[in-house]
Design a protein around this ligand. Structure first.
Ligand code: 6R9
Length: 640
């Protein structure tokens, strides 16, 4: 057996699950025993979901980068830790062994120190998908700085909001990033974000695209120059900072149903234990396997299943700079063959997009190295599931449908590859340590009874090591968002079905959060961005079913700008949303209206707008409480 806590059979799953519920502390302590701790914990778990307060392995000392790198040097030093495929298929790929990655992380840790970064400082990382991104992440972890990675698609305004919220004084970026046919000028976006921000002390810039950049004296330095200084001094090792298990490891911003994105905080000890445990179990990783997670490290999936989960397990993790359709729709399959990928973990939206090209792009690929397939980010429709199973997995690879969230750190509900049963469209069973419950609208738990099905809002009633600890700088917001709807429970924001065997099927968000191509976007965020446009009086945003993206964004807009064509006004609004949030939040449809359906107390009735956007005009439900039922008719008649 390769990993001591790897589940090996269905019976093993059942008994492990049972044990994890009966004695959570004993269970997680035995999992945690398989890591390198500078000092063991004083207590395994202290918690309440009222404040909320969750502490795992309190008093323990560790460094997660030591667990991801140093402890593998003797046994796996010459094996690939990170493999990298460039955007351009002609560019040579890179392979960093554990030794090499260790050295690079140590050197960059020196660079951070030389530039003044201290334990506890927040470091914003805004880079493309190149190995220097995980190197920067791990170097932060090594010196105890709190990283906050921002996805390369976010706008200057979004970056500024996050920098201010996190009070991040240091930034690591690139001149630019290659993504498909595009070249994104990252440093220039950072420069825009920093207009008016005075507290940023250093910007470290890695050269990737050779795009011209402006470097501000005293503030901006080149990654390569800084590394050279360290190399000249022959600094190849860097003693990892001893961190408390509950010290923050990173902040990752994610959208909620209200206001601005929240900075989800994960801590060193629990997050490490949970990402490692879920990684080796769900994917059934075996030493030597090549694991390819196609997510961007700017999202939680990349944090947990490109960087921390795989590396803490001594795995070989493949990262890809580009997009699935560049230079054509066979790219993923070529990568699978080139690296002999064993585990492929991707999003339903990518599969649906690739499906739309038919079977031709798959024809020249062998794909026989594949053993396990995974999906994440949104519900997978049956058609995409079967396509993945037949065309990619050739009917011989289990598909794991992994349900989880930024706030969870790692996978919570999923089948375990080849061990627990898979079912199209179902995330199936909770991992050991996870106690899901369904509640009805009143918040009453619907207990599981064998043979009975149920549906409700999905909550979790007991902490697991990877649960978020707080939202940065605003603990009350964390309580409000996750622990107030149903006292004593963590509320996920998702609805779910549970079948007679206790399998879960996630049906989607029940709050005002959209899931567009697997990206979480708050309707309020998009509305705020649209409302920034000078001609807009008010707007309301809802989701609607979209063939490729899963959900599309539908905006109803009251416009009173200059007289121009609707087309022109639409484009202006899209440009505004791109500027305020980023292109990922651009509405797919904009309908101009003269009024919005509101209750007498002034609340927009989104339920009605959602139905209209979905094209369900007949069944709008009760509209009698509306201030002006007439607007509904107008909106219906003007539907796009
Ligand atoms: C990991 C990640 C979380 C939201 C979540 C849910 C949706 C994720 C899913 C899924 C159905 C799955 N979601 N995985 N829905 N089946 N397997 O995606 O985190 O970006 O925070 O999104 O994504 O709605 O609440 P995050």
């Amino acid at each position: 057996m390769s990993y001591p806590h790897q589940i090996t059979s269905l019976d093993d799953y059942k008994s492990t699950y049972k044990k994890s519920i009966e004695d959570p502390e004993g269970f997680w302590a035995s999992v945690a025993d398989n890591f390198t701790w500078r000092k063991k914990w004083d207590s395994v778990l202290n918690w309440n979901f009222t404040e909320p307060k969750v502490e795992w392995f309190k008093g323990a000392k560790l460094n997660i980068s030591e667990n991801c790198l140093d402890r593998h040097l003797e046994t796996r030093g010459d094996q690939p830790a990170l493999l990298w495929e460039a955007n351009d298929p002609e560019e040579h790929h890179r392979a960093l062994t554990y030794k090499k990655l260790y050295e690079k992380v140590c050197q960059f840790a020196h660079v951070l120190k030389n530039n003044g970064v201290q334990k506890g400082d927040r470091v914003c990382i805004y880079m493309g998908m190149i190995p220097e991104l995980p190197i920067a992440v791990l170097a932060c972890a090594r010196i105890g700085a709190i990283h906050s990675v921002i996805f390369g698609g976010f706008s200057a305004q979004s970056i500024a909001d996050r920098l201010i919220d996190a009070q991040a004084e240091y930034i690591i970026t690139c001149d630019g990033a290659f993504r498909g046919a595009k070249d994104i000028p990252l440093k220039s976006v950072i420069d825009d974000a920093l207009i008016g921000i005075r507290f940023v002390k250093k910007v470290i810039v890695y050269t990737r695209t050779h795009t011209p950049v402006s470097m501000i004296k005293g503030r901006d330095v080149w990654w390569d120059d800084e590394i050279k200084k360290v190399e000249t001094l022959g600094l190849h090792d860097f003693e990892p900072e001893e961190m408390d298990a509950e010290d923050p490891l990173f902040i990752l911003y994610t959208s909620g149903s209200t206001g601005k994105p929240k900075g989800v905080v994960h801590t060193c000890g629990g997050y490490m234990v949970y990402t490692n445990y879920s990684f080796v179990n769900v994917f059934q990783y075996q030493p030597g396997d090549i694991h390819f997670c196609t997510a961007d490290i700017g999202w939680i999936t990349g944090h947990s299943y490109i960087v921390y989960g795989p590396l803490s397990a001594g795995a070989s993790s493949l990262m890809f700079e580009g997009v699935p359709t560049f230079p054509d729709a066979s790219r993923f399959w070529k990568i699978v063959d080139k690296f002999k990928v064993n585990i492929l973990y991707t999003a339903p939206t990518a599969l649906r997009s690739l499906m739309s090209y038919g079977d031709a792009p798959l024809q020249d690929s062998d794909l026989s190295s594949l053993k396990v397939l995974g999906t994440v980010g949104e519900p997978i429709n049956e058609e995409a599931w079967h396509w993945y199973d037949q065309k990619v997995g050739k009917g011989k690879c289990p598909i794991v449908d992994t349900w989880w969230q930024t706030e969870n750190g790692g996978i919570l509900i999923s089948n375990i590859a080849g061990i627990t049963p898979a079912r199209a469209g179902w995330a199936t069973l909770p991992l050991p340590g996870i106690q899901p419950v369904l509640v009805d609208e009143k918040g009453i738990e619907i207990p599981y009874k064998e043979g009975e099905t149920a549906s409700g809002n999905l909550c979790i009633k007991f902490p697991w090591p990877g649960i978020l600890r707080t939202t940065y700088g605003d603990h009350e917001r964390c309580r409000q968002a996750y622990f107030s709807a149903y006292p004593g429970l963590y509320f996920t924001g998702d609805g779910a079905l549970r079948d007679s065997e206790g399998f879960y099927r996630i049906t989607g968000r029940v709050d005002d959060v959209l899931n567009v191509s697997g990206h979480r976007i708050g309707t309020a965020e998009v509305e705020n961005a649209i409302n920034m446009h000078a001609g807009v009086i008010e707007s309301a945003v809802v989701g609607y079913p979209h063939d490729i993206k899963g959900q599309g964004i539908y905006a109803f807009v009251i416009y009173n700008g200059r007289e121009d064509s609707d087309e022109r006004n639409r484009k202006d609004i899209l440009a505004t949303v791109t500027r305020i949030i980023g292109a990922i939040a651009k509405p797919d449809k904009i309908q101009f209206v003269t009024g919005l359906p509101k209750t007498r107390s002034g609340k927009i009735m989104r339920r009605i707008l959602r139905k209209i956007a979905e094209g369900e005009m007949k069944n709008l439900g009760d509209t009698s409480t509306l201030l002006d039922p007439g607007v509904v008719e107008e909106i219906k008649s003007g539907k796009l």
